[in-house]
Design a protein around this ligand. Structure first.
Ligand code: SAH
Ligand code: SF4
Length: 420
Protein backbone atom coordinates (compact mmCIF):
# COMPACT_ATOMS: atom_id res chain seq x y z
CA UNK A 1 0.00 0.00 0.00
CA UNK A 2 2.86 2.35 0.81
CA UNK A 3 4.57 1.60 -2.48
CA UNK A 4 1.35 2.53 -4.29
CA UNK A 5 0.97 5.72 -2.23
CA UNK A 6 4.59 6.70 -2.88
CA UNK A 7 4.07 6.27 -6.62
CA UNK A 8 1.02 8.51 -6.44
CA UNK A 9 2.87 11.24 -4.55
CA UNK A 10 5.83 10.95 -6.96
CA UNK A 11 3.38 11.42 -9.85
CA UNK A 12 2.02 14.62 -8.30
CA UNK A 13 5.53 15.93 -7.65
CA UNK A 14 6.54 15.18 -11.24
CA UNK A 15 3.80 17.55 -12.38
CA UNK A 16 5.51 20.41 -10.57
CA UNK A 17 8.91 19.63 -12.02
CA UNK A 18 10.53 17.06 -9.72
CA UNK A 19 12.17 13.88 -11.02
CA UNK A 20 13.19 10.77 -9.08
CA UNK A 21 16.76 10.30 -7.91
CA UNK A 22 18.43 7.41 -6.10
CA UNK A 23 21.03 9.81 -4.74
CA UNK A 24 19.89 11.56 -1.56
CA UNK A 25 22.96 13.87 -1.69
CA UNK A 26 21.67 15.46 -4.89
CA UNK A 27 18.01 15.68 -3.90
CA UNK A 28 16.13 18.99 -3.61
CA UNK A 29 13.31 17.21 -1.82
CA UNK A 30 13.32 14.09 0.36
CA UNK A 31 9.97 12.60 1.22
CA UNK A 32 9.89 9.69 3.67
CA UNK A 33 6.70 7.67 3.30
CA UNK A 34 6.29 5.79 6.55
CA UNK A 35 4.72 2.65 8.01
CA UNK A 36 3.95 2.15 11.69
CA UNK A 37 2.43 -1.34 11.68
CA UNK A 38 5.34 -2.56 13.82
CA UNK A 39 7.81 -0.75 16.07
CA UNK A 40 10.78 -1.82 13.91
CA UNK A 41 9.39 0.13 10.94
CA UNK A 42 9.16 3.26 13.10
CA UNK A 43 12.69 2.86 14.43
CA UNK A 44 14.01 2.76 10.87
CA UNK A 45 12.27 6.03 10.07
CA UNK A 46 13.80 7.79 13.07
CA UNK A 47 17.21 6.53 11.96
CA UNK A 48 16.63 7.92 8.46
CA UNK A 49 15.39 11.28 9.69
CA UNK A 50 18.54 11.54 11.82
CA UNK A 51 20.79 10.74 8.87
CA UNK A 52 19.28 13.49 6.73
CA UNK A 53 20.07 16.14 9.34
CA UNK A 54 23.61 16.73 8.09
CA UNK A 55 22.38 16.88 4.48
CA UNK A 56 20.01 19.67 5.44
CA UNK A 57 22.82 21.54 7.18
CA UNK A 58 24.96 21.37 4.04
CA UNK A 59 22.08 22.31 1.75
CA UNK A 60 19.53 24.50 3.52
CA UNK A 61 17.27 24.65 0.42
CA UNK A 62 16.60 20.90 0.77
CA UNK A 63 12.97 20.19 1.70
CA UNK A 64 12.42 17.22 4.04
CA UNK A 65 8.92 15.79 4.44
CA UNK A 66 7.38 12.85 6.28
CA UNK A 67 4.17 11.27 4.97
CA UNK A 68 2.19 8.10 5.63
CA UNK A 69 1.05 6.25 8.74
CA UNK A 70 3.69 7.47 11.17
CA UNK A 71 3.12 11.07 10.05
CA UNK A 72 -0.58 10.52 10.74
CA UNK A 73 0.09 9.01 14.16
CA UNK A 74 2.82 11.32 15.42
CA UNK A 75 1.92 14.64 13.73
CA UNK A 76 3.74 17.57 15.32
CA UNK A 77 5.67 15.27 17.68
CA UNK A 78 7.88 14.46 14.70
CA UNK A 79 8.85 18.11 14.25
CA UNK A 80 9.31 18.56 18.01
CA UNK A 81 11.69 15.63 18.00
CA UNK A 82 13.43 16.58 14.73
CA UNK A 83 12.94 20.28 13.86
CA UNK A 84 14.86 19.85 10.58
CA UNK A 85 11.72 18.20 9.15
CA UNK A 86 9.86 20.78 7.02
CA UNK A 87 6.50 19.11 6.65
CA UNK A 88 4.36 16.28 8.01
CA UNK A 89 1.50 15.04 5.86
CA UNK A 90 -1.08 12.54 7.17
CA UNK A 91 -2.48 9.64 5.15
CA UNK A 92 -5.70 11.46 4.18
CA UNK A 93 -3.74 14.44 2.78
CA UNK A 94 -1.19 12.75 0.55
CA UNK A 95 -2.79 14.21 -2.58
CA UNK A 96 -1.89 17.68 -1.21
CA UNK A 97 1.83 16.96 -1.44
CA UNK A 98 2.53 19.13 -4.49
CA UNK A 99 0.68 22.14 -3.09
CA UNK A 100 2.55 21.84 0.22
CA UNK A 101 5.94 21.55 -1.48
CA UNK A 102 5.21 24.57 -3.67
CA UNK A 103 4.27 26.69 -0.67
CA UNK A 104 7.50 25.63 1.07
CA UNK A 105 9.49 26.59 -2.02
CA UNK A 106 8.05 30.11 -1.63
CA UNK A 107 8.25 30.38 2.13
CA UNK A 108 9.93 28.13 4.67
CA UNK A 109 7.88 27.36 7.76
CA UNK A 110 6.86 24.11 9.39
CA UNK A 111 3.72 22.62 7.88
CA UNK A 112 1.65 19.88 9.55
CA UNK A 113 -1.65 18.45 8.36
CA UNK A 114 -3.07 15.25 9.79
CA UNK A 115 -6.59 16.58 10.09
CA UNK A 116 -8.56 14.15 7.96
CA UNK A 117 -7.57 10.53 8.38
CA UNK A 118 -10.56 9.26 6.39
CA UNK A 119 -10.02 11.89 3.65
CA UNK A 120 -11.63 11.63 0.23
CA UNK A 121 -9.86 9.39 -2.24
CA UNK A 122 -8.44 11.50 -5.07
CA UNK A 123 -10.26 10.78 -8.32
CA UNK A 124 -7.50 11.81 -10.71
CA UNK A 125 -4.23 10.01 -10.16
CA UNK A 126 -1.08 9.86 -12.27
CA UNK A 127 1.21 7.44 -10.46
CA UNK A 128 4.88 7.42 -11.37
CA UNK A 129 5.09 3.64 -11.32
CA UNK A 130 8.27 1.78 -10.44
CA UNK A 131 9.24 -1.54 -12.05
CA UNK A 132 8.20 -2.43 -15.55
CA UNK A 133 6.16 -5.63 -15.39
CA UNK A 134 4.04 -5.66 -12.27
CA UNK A 135 2.16 -2.86 -10.53
CA UNK A 136 -0.36 -2.08 -7.79
CA UNK A 137 -3.79 -0.52 -8.14
CA UNK A 138 -5.52 0.40 -4.86
CA UNK A 139 -9.24 -0.30 -4.89
CA UNK A 140 -9.99 0.85 -1.35
CA UNK A 141 -8.42 2.66 1.57
CA UNK A 142 -8.72 2.28 5.34
CA UNK A 143 -10.06 -0.54 7.48
CA UNK A 144 -13.06 -1.10 9.75
CA UNK A 145 -11.98 -4.37 11.34
CA UNK A 146 -10.10 -3.24 14.42
CA UNK A 147 -8.09 -6.36 15.09
CA UNK A 148 -6.91 -5.64 18.63
CA UNK A 149 -3.16 -5.60 17.79
CA UNK A 150 -3.42 -3.42 14.72
CA UNK A 151 -2.87 0.30 14.25
CA UNK A 152 -4.04 0.46 10.62
CA UNK A 153 -7.67 1.56 11.30
CA UNK A 154 -6.38 4.46 13.43
CA UNK A 155 -3.81 5.74 10.95
CA UNK A 156 -5.63 5.01 7.69
CA UNK A 157 -9.16 5.76 8.77
CA UNK A 158 -12.46 4.13 7.85
CA UNK A 159 -12.91 1.94 4.83
CA UNK A 160 -13.57 3.82 1.57
CA UNK A 161 -13.91 2.13 -1.83
CA UNK A 162 -12.99 3.65 -5.19
CA UNK A 163 -15.52 3.65 -8.01
CA UNK A 164 -15.17 0.78 -10.48
CA UNK A 165 -14.82 3.15 -13.46
CA UNK A 166 -11.84 4.84 -11.84
CA UNK A 167 -10.22 1.48 -11.13
CA UNK A 168 -10.81 0.30 -14.71
CA UNK A 169 -9.35 3.55 -16.08
CA UNK A 170 -6.27 3.19 -13.90
CA UNK A 171 -5.75 -0.44 -14.92
CA UNK A 172 -6.02 0.54 -18.60
CA UNK A 173 -3.55 3.35 -18.04
CA UNK A 174 -1.07 0.91 -16.40
CA UNK A 175 -1.50 -1.56 -19.29
CA UNK A 176 -0.88 1.25 -21.79
CA UNK A 177 2.36 2.00 -19.91
CA UNK A 178 3.44 -1.61 -20.52
CA UNK A 179 2.55 -3.32 -17.23
CA UNK A 180 1.44 -6.96 -17.59
CA UNK A 181 0.55 -7.88 -14.03
CA UNK A 182 -1.90 -5.94 -11.87
CA UNK A 183 -2.38 -6.44 -8.12
CA UNK A 184 -5.57 -4.94 -6.72
CA UNK A 185 -4.96 -3.63 -3.22
CA UNK A 186 -7.02 -3.11 -0.10
CA UNK A 187 -6.72 -3.93 3.61
CA UNK A 188 -9.64 -6.30 3.10
CA UNK A 189 -10.63 -6.53 -0.56
CA UNK A 190 -13.58 -8.81 0.29
CA UNK A 191 -15.50 -5.91 1.75
CA UNK A 192 -15.11 -3.76 -1.38
CA UNK A 193 -18.26 -1.64 -1.68
CA UNK A 194 -17.80 0.64 -4.67
CA UNK A 195 -21.09 -0.34 -6.31
CA UNK A 196 -20.36 -3.98 -7.14
CA UNK A 197 -18.95 -6.94 -5.23
CA UNK A 198 -15.22 -7.62 -5.19
CA UNK A 199 -15.81 -10.78 -7.24
CA UNK A 200 -17.60 -8.73 -9.91
CA UNK A 201 -14.83 -6.15 -9.90
CA UNK A 202 -12.15 -8.82 -10.25
CA UNK A 203 -14.00 -10.49 -13.12
CA UNK A 204 -14.40 -7.13 -14.88
CA UNK A 205 -10.70 -6.25 -14.51
CA UNK A 206 -9.82 -9.75 -15.79
CA UNK A 207 -11.58 -8.84 -19.05
CA UNK A 208 -9.48 -5.75 -19.68
CA UNK A 209 -7.21 -6.33 -22.69
CA UNK A 210 -3.54 -6.58 -21.86
CA UNK A 211 -3.92 -7.69 -18.22
CA UNK A 212 -1.86 -10.86 -18.52
CA UNK A 213 -1.99 -11.61 -14.81
CA UNK A 214 -4.31 -10.42 -12.10
CA UNK A 215 -3.70 -10.65 -8.34
CA UNK A 216 -5.23 -9.14 -5.22
CA UNK A 217 -4.47 -8.64 -1.55
CA UNK A 218 -5.46 -8.86 1.21
CA UNK A 219 -8.41 -11.15 1.97
CA UNK A 220 -9.81 -11.36 5.47
CA UNK A 221 -10.94 -14.97 6.11
CA UNK A 222 -14.15 -13.80 7.75
CA UNK A 223 -15.71 -12.74 4.48
CA UNK A 224 -14.06 -14.49 1.57
CA UNK A 225 -17.18 -15.35 -0.43
CA UNK A 226 -18.16 -18.36 -2.53
CA UNK A 227 -18.69 -15.87 -5.33
CA UNK A 228 -15.02 -14.84 -5.12
CA UNK A 229 -13.84 -18.45 -5.11
CA UNK A 230 -15.93 -19.10 -8.23
CA UNK A 231 -14.56 -15.93 -9.88
CA UNK A 232 -10.97 -17.07 -9.33
CA UNK A 233 -11.73 -20.63 -10.49
CA UNK A 234 -13.47 -19.37 -13.63
CA UNK A 235 -11.14 -16.45 -14.32
CA UNK A 236 -9.05 -15.96 -17.44
CA UNK A 237 -5.86 -14.48 -16.03
CA UNK A 238 -6.61 -14.42 -12.30
CA UNK A 239 -3.69 -16.16 -10.58
CA UNK A 240 -4.36 -19.19 -8.38
CA UNK A 241 -2.86 -17.58 -5.34
CA UNK A 242 -4.63 -16.36 -2.22
CA UNK A 243 -2.92 -14.52 0.59
CA UNK A 244 -5.18 -15.33 3.51
CA UNK A 245 -3.71 -14.02 6.76
CA UNK A 246 -4.72 -16.29 9.64
CA UNK A 247 -2.65 -14.45 12.29
CA UNK A 248 -2.87 -17.33 14.79
CA UNK A 249 -3.74 -20.99 15.16
CA UNK A 250 -5.70 -21.13 18.43
CA UNK A 251 -9.28 -20.02 19.08
CA UNK A 252 -8.44 -18.37 22.36
CA UNK A 253 -5.91 -16.00 20.79
CA UNK A 254 -7.99 -15.46 17.63
CA UNK A 255 -10.82 -14.28 19.86
CA UNK A 256 -8.54 -11.93 21.79
CA UNK A 257 -7.27 -10.62 18.44
CA UNK A 258 -10.89 -9.92 17.37
CA UNK A 259 -10.40 -11.87 14.15
CA UNK A 260 -14.03 -13.17 14.28
CA UNK A 261 -13.33 -16.68 12.97
CA UNK A 262 -12.27 -19.93 14.56
CA UNK A 263 -9.54 -22.36 13.55
CA UNK A 264 -12.20 -24.79 12.40
CA UNK A 265 -13.87 -22.18 10.23
CA UNK A 266 -10.54 -21.24 8.65
CA UNK A 267 -9.70 -24.90 7.95
CA UNK A 268 -13.10 -25.47 6.33
CA UNK A 269 -12.63 -22.38 4.18
CA UNK A 270 -9.22 -23.60 3.00
CA UNK A 271 -10.68 -27.00 2.18
CA UNK A 272 -13.44 -25.37 0.13
CA UNK A 273 -11.02 -23.11 -1.76
CA UNK A 274 -8.61 -25.96 -2.49
CA UNK A 275 -11.44 -28.09 -3.85
CA UNK A 276 -12.60 -25.33 -6.19
CA UNK A 277 -9.17 -24.08 -7.32
CA UNK A 278 -6.69 -26.82 -8.25
CA UNK A 279 -3.02 -25.84 -7.91
CA UNK A 280 -3.91 -23.17 -5.41
CA UNK A 281 -1.00 -21.46 -3.73
CA UNK A 282 -1.93 -20.36 -0.23
CA UNK A 283 0.11 -17.90 1.84
CA UNK A 284 -0.53 -16.29 5.19
CA UNK A 285 0.59 -13.89 7.92
CA UNK A 286 1.17 -15.00 11.52
CA UNK A 287 1.94 -13.11 14.71
CA UNK A 288 3.73 -14.75 17.65
CA UNK A 289 3.97 -13.42 21.18
CA UNK A 290 0.49 -11.89 21.36
CA UNK A 291 -0.40 -11.00 24.99
CA UNK A 292 -1.68 -14.02 26.89
CA UNK A 293 -0.10 -16.57 24.49
CA UNK A 294 0.74 -19.75 26.39
CA UNK A 295 3.08 -22.53 25.29
CA UNK A 296 -0.05 -24.58 24.67
CA UNK A 297 -1.50 -21.93 22.32
CA UNK A 298 1.82 -21.79 20.53
CA UNK A 299 2.04 -25.58 20.08
CA UNK A 300 -1.52 -25.53 18.76
CA UNK A 301 -0.37 -23.02 16.16
CA UNK A 302 2.49 -25.29 15.08
CA UNK A 303 0.00 -28.15 14.69
CA UNK A 304 -2.24 -25.82 12.72
CA UNK A 305 0.64 -24.98 10.34
CA UNK A 306 1.34 -28.68 9.84
CA UNK A 307 -2.33 -29.26 9.07
CA UNK A 308 -2.80 -26.44 6.55
CA UNK A 309 0.58 -26.62 4.79
CA UNK A 310 0.84 -23.05 3.53
CA UNK A 311 3.13 -22.42 0.57
CA UNK A 312 4.70 -19.59 2.54
CA UNK A 313 4.04 -17.56 5.66
CA UNK A 314 5.10 -14.08 6.69
CA UNK A 315 5.82 -14.35 10.38
CA UNK A 316 5.96 -11.41 12.77
CA UNK A 317 6.76 -10.85 16.40
CA UNK A 318 3.87 -9.06 18.12
CA UNK A 319 4.70 -5.39 18.42
CA UNK A 320 2.84 -3.35 21.03
CA UNK A 321 1.18 -0.39 19.31
CA UNK A 322 0.01 2.29 21.70
CA UNK A 323 -3.62 3.23 21.23
CA UNK A 324 -4.64 -0.32 20.24
CA UNK A 325 -6.61 -2.48 22.71
CA UNK A 326 -3.96 -5.23 22.89
CA UNK A 327 -1.38 -2.74 24.16
CA UNK A 328 -3.30 -2.66 27.45
CA UNK A 329 -3.84 -6.44 27.70
CA UNK A 330 -2.29 -8.28 30.66
CA UNK A 331 0.36 -10.95 30.22
CA UNK A 332 2.53 -9.30 27.58
CA UNK A 333 5.15 -11.82 26.46
CA UNK A 334 8.86 -11.24 27.13
CA UNK A 335 11.23 -10.68 24.20
CA UNK A 336 13.21 -13.87 24.67
CA UNK A 337 10.09 -16.05 24.50
CA UNK A 338 8.81 -14.13 21.48
CA UNK A 339 12.08 -14.67 19.60
CA UNK A 340 12.27 -18.35 20.52
CA UNK A 341 8.71 -18.91 19.33
CA UNK A 342 9.34 -17.02 16.09
CA UNK A 343 12.39 -19.21 15.38
CA UNK A 344 10.44 -22.41 16.05
CA UNK A 345 7.52 -21.27 13.95
CA UNK A 346 9.77 -20.38 11.03
CA UNK A 347 11.56 -23.71 11.27
CA UNK A 348 8.28 -25.60 11.01
CA UNK A 349 6.99 -23.42 8.15
CA UNK A 350 10.28 -23.44 6.22
CA UNK A 351 10.25 -27.25 6.18
CA UNK A 352 6.69 -27.15 4.80
CA UNK A 353 7.57 -24.51 2.17
CA UNK A 354 10.51 -26.66 1.05
CA UNK A 355 8.36 -29.79 0.90
CA UNK A 356 5.77 -27.92 -1.21
CA UNK A 357 8.43 -26.60 -3.58
CA UNK A 358 10.14 -29.99 -3.92
CA UNK A 359 6.82 -31.46 -4.99
CA UNK A 360 6.91 -29.06 -7.97
CA UNK A 361 10.17 -30.52 -9.33
CA UNK A 362 9.93 -31.60 -12.99
CA UNK A 363 6.64 -29.82 -13.49
CA UNK A 364 6.25 -27.14 -16.16
CA UNK A 365 5.01 -23.74 -15.04
CA UNK A 366 4.08 -20.45 -16.66
CA UNK A 367 6.54 -17.70 -15.73
CA UNK A 368 6.23 -13.96 -16.15
CA UNK A 369 9.73 -12.72 -16.92
CA UNK A 370 10.87 -9.85 -14.70
CA UNK A 371 14.44 -9.35 -15.95
CA UNK A 372 18.04 -10.17 -15.07
CA UNK A 373 18.74 -11.49 -11.59
CA UNK A 374 20.50 -9.13 -9.21
CA UNK A 375 23.78 -11.04 -9.21
CA UNK A 376 24.18 -12.50 -12.72
CA UNK A 377 22.85 -10.99 -15.95
CA UNK A 378 22.88 -14.39 -17.69
CA UNK A 379 20.34 -15.60 -15.16
CA UNK A 380 16.86 -14.17 -15.39
CA UNK A 381 14.16 -14.15 -12.76
CA UNK A 382 10.44 -14.28 -12.91
CA UNK A 383 7.39 -15.39 -10.99
CA UNK A 384 5.11 -18.36 -11.34
CA UNK A 385 1.34 -17.87 -11.26
CA UNK A 386 1.56 -19.08 -7.65
CA UNK A 387 3.81 -16.05 -6.98
CA UNK A 388 6.98 -18.06 -6.43
CA UNK A 389 10.31 -16.63 -7.47
CA UNK A 390 12.06 -18.67 -10.16
CA UNK A 391 15.51 -18.32 -11.75
CA UNK A 392 16.35 -19.64 -15.21
CA UNK A 393 19.05 -19.30 -17.85
CA UNK A 394 18.32 -16.44 -20.17
CA UNK A 395 17.50 -17.06 -23.85
CA UNK A 396 15.85 -14.36 -25.95
CA UNK A 397 13.26 -13.45 -23.39
CA UNK A 398 12.29 -9.92 -22.53
CA UNK A 399 10.83 -8.60 -19.31
CA UNK A 400 7.07 -8.98 -19.55
CA UNK A 401 7.10 -12.20 -21.65
CA UNK A 402 5.11 -15.21 -20.48
CA UNK A 403 7.18 -18.36 -20.95
CA UNK A 404 7.11 -22.04 -19.95
CA UNK A 405 9.79 -23.25 -17.56
CA UNK A 406 10.50 -26.75 -16.27
CA UNK A 407 11.40 -26.76 -12.60
CA UNK A 408 14.73 -28.49 -12.01
CA UNK A 409 15.62 -27.42 -8.46
CA UNK A 410 13.61 -26.36 -5.45
CA UNK A 411 14.63 -24.46 -2.32
CA UNK A 412 12.60 -22.98 0.53
CA UNK A 413 12.21 -19.53 -1.01
CA UNK A 414 13.29 -20.14 -4.59
CA UNK A 415 12.79 -22.36 -7.62
CA UNK A 416 15.25 -22.91 -10.46
CA UNK A 417 14.36 -24.13 -13.90
CA UNK A 418 15.03 -24.47 -17.64
CA UNK A 419 13.07 -22.77 -20.37
CA UNK A 420 11.30 -25.29 -22.61
N1 SAH B 1 -5.11 -5.84 6.27
C1 SAH B 1 -4.23 -6.91 6.19
C2 SAH B 1 -2.86 -6.72 6.80
C3 SAH B 1 -2.35 -5.41 7.21
S1 SAH B 1 -0.92 -5.35 8.19
C4 SAH B 1 -4.88 -8.11 6.86
O1 SAH B 1 -5.75 -7.97 7.67
O2 SAH B 1 -4.45 -9.17 6.57
C5 SAH B 1 0.08 -6.67 7.61
C6 SAH B 1 0.38 -7.70 8.65
O3 SAH B 1 1.12 -7.12 9.69
C7 SAH B 1 -0.82 -8.31 9.33
O4 SAH B 1 -1.40 -9.33 8.60
C8 SAH B 1 -0.25 -8.80 10.64
O5 SAH B 1 0.20 -10.12 10.56
C9 SAH B 1 0.94 -7.88 10.87
N2 SAH B 1 0.71 -6.98 12.00
C10 SAH B 1 -0.23 -6.03 12.13
N3 SAH B 1 -0.13 -5.43 13.33
C11 SAH B 1 0.91 -6.01 13.98
C12 SAH B 1 1.50 -5.85 15.28
N4 SAH B 1 1.04 -4.98 16.15
N5 SAH B 1 2.57 -6.64 15.59
C13 SAH B 1 3.04 -7.55 14.71
N6 SAH B 1 2.52 -7.76 13.49
C14 SAH B 1 1.46 -7.00 13.12
FE1 SF4 C 1 -5.25 -4.45 10.66
FE2 SF4 C 1 -7.12 -6.31 10.96
FE3 SF4 C 1 -7.60 -4.19 9.40
FE4 SF4 C 1 -5.86 -6.04 8.60
S1 SF4 C 1 -8.06 -6.34 8.93
S2 SF4 C 1 -5.57 -3.83 8.54
S3 SF4 C 1 -4.91 -6.68 10.50
S4 SF4 C 1 -7.29 -4.16 11.61
Amino acid sequence: MNVADSERMAGLLKKIGYTLTEDADRADLILINTCCVRGTAEDKVFGQIGRFKSLKREKPSLILGVAGCMAQKEGENLIKRAPHIDFVLGTGQSSEVARVVQSLERERKHFIDTSNVSGEIPTEVFPLRGGQVSTFVPIMYGCNNFCTYCIVPYVRGRERSRKPEEIFAEVKQAVAEGFKEITLLGQNVNSYSGGMTFAELLTAVDKIDGVKRLRFMTSHPKDLSDELIAAIAGGKNICEHIHLPVQYGSDKILKRMNRVYTVEKYLKLVEKIRKAIPNLSLTTDLIVGFPGETEEDFLETLDFLRAVKFDAAFTFIYSKRSGTPAATFDNQIDDETKHRRLDELMKVQNAISLEKNLALKNSVVEVLVEGASKTDDKIFMGRTRSNKLILFEHGNEQAGDLIKVKITQAQTWLLKGKII
